[in-house]
Design a protein around this ligand. Sequence first.
Ligand SMILES: Nc1ncnc2c1ncn2[C@@H]1O[C@H](COP(=O)(O)OP(=O)(O)OP(=O)(O)O)[C@@H](O)[C@H]1O
Length: 432
Amino acid sequence: MNERLSRETPDLDRPLVDSASEDGRPDGRSSGSAILLVDDDPIVARAIEIALRLAGHRTEIAASPQEAFSRLAREHYDAILLDMNFGPGKSDGAEGLACLARILADDPAACVVVITAHSGIRIAVAAMQAGARDFAMKPWRNAELVGKVEAAIARTGSAATPAPTYRATGAPRLLGESAAMQTLRALIRRVAPSSAGIIVTGPSGAGRTLAAMAIHAASADAGTPLLRVDLRDQAAWRQLRGATGTVLLRYPDQLDTLTQARLVERLPPGLRCLAVADTVAPLSPALRRRIAIVEVPVPPLAARGDDSLLLARHFADDAAQRFGRPPATLTGAAEAAIRTAIWPDEVRGLALGIERAVLLSEDGRIDAAALALPTPAADAAVAQDASFDLDDAERAVIGAALREYRHNVTRAATALGLSRGALYRRMARYGL
Ligand SMILES: Nc1ncnc2c1ncn2[C@@H]1O[C@H](COP(=O)(O)OP(=O)(O)OP(=O)(O)O)[C@@H](O)[C@H]1O
């Protein structure tokens, strides 16, 4: 038997669910909770899954923190059972603690129970201090492990949470591990709890509305409905009369100066304003003060490194589940194409391309051709056709540099002789 298995898994010959009297829990343990188990060892994961299933719980397994975030974005779980080390030779618990921090940042009410090796008591203590509800040591006893998870769920259910959170709002999560997305998440955490007006900017389809919803979900108003007003529609302005809580204002940058002044007058005092716009530049100082004290820029997908692949896998799993298709797998060629493609309409365009490919695939296998991406030859043709249009030529050159340097903005900027900021501004302007 493999050494890790013999050290960490319980004796599988013993009954998987011990008698209730052993841990003093009452009968009727089967509360049927939904549990996400995050563990990269398939044997350990399977053993725990069986124990939880026999106790009446629905368990899904994520083999990595990234897979866990993707599942958490699609579904609500009553508890998350989290291993603290991923990958061979890892024992410091750093990945587990980082994963725990991210889960709790997204949902402070999440019920997380961590599992550590017997020698990992310091990691368990750190996890508890960081907000885990309980911990279990490997090798575990099934009854004890199941009991801890059930008790943690019961405590979470009865605990009076000070403010409703993601759990109540069902707010979606921003996926992505790139430095640009970590910066975005950190900024959201910093500004969300205040009552200040915040404007989310960036290219359309990049996730601006999602970011605004994340701000709302991490604010004192979380759990109250987020009123959305499309400012281009005069009739929608009526919703502002006497409004309380938080409002999401869309397209303030498309209003002329006079209409912006009217908007400042119409916004009831005390109403928290979030806004989504391409840019803050056209906003008058008075409107900025009311709705845009802080700007939260959402980076274009091209500046997020391998996030495009992570998002593609997420959208593929989601689409396969929603459309009742076989589990989707991306071929190596499809992955390479996704990494280097410039997606029209940003994340929304990527989601659309993947969903279409999932629907059209017979067996769940998605190859590059199924993504219907513009080929490099087509790009070159466009560049040639556009050779007399300076904007188009600049866009094509920047696109080529980004592809050449695999979307490493620093290297692409150096190659183009631009500062990173100047390149980001051009990427935003051209929707790259
Ligand atoms: N980081 C992300 N993680 C998961 N899903 C994302 C992410 N970013 C965007 N999406 C998804 O992509 C789609 C487009 O996002 P969203 O609606 O927030 O874009 P937007 O910038 O507000 O666009 P617009 O203002 O044009 O409507 C949505 O389905 C959203 O859930």
